[in-house]
Design a protein around this ligand. Structure first.
Ligand code: ZN
Length: 73
């Protein structure tokens, strides 16, 4: 019966390095996606209360520029 050879320290180091590189690549990809989302997300949306104003988030508060709609995030 063949015994399973435990992974050597070098092999574990190599695996860890590969995993670290994968994480770095995924992190970079995530940042790129976040920038894309931030660039394409509008700064506000039509108010559903008065249907004429524009709701935007500022300082953690959503507010309409036409009616009294306010909501804390
Ligand atoms: Zn409104």
């Amino acid at each position: 019966m063949k015994s399973v050879r435990p992974a050597s320290t070098e092999e574990i180091d190599e695996q860890l390095r590969e995993l670290a590189e994968q994480l770095t690549r995924m992190d970079q990809r995530l940042r790129r996606l976040e920038r894309q989302v931030a660039a394409t997300t509008p700064r506000g949306w039509e108010c559903t209360v008065c249907e004429r104003g524009w709701v935007s988030a500022r300082g953690g508060v959503l507010s309409c520029n036409r009616c009294s709609f306010r909501r804390h995030l």
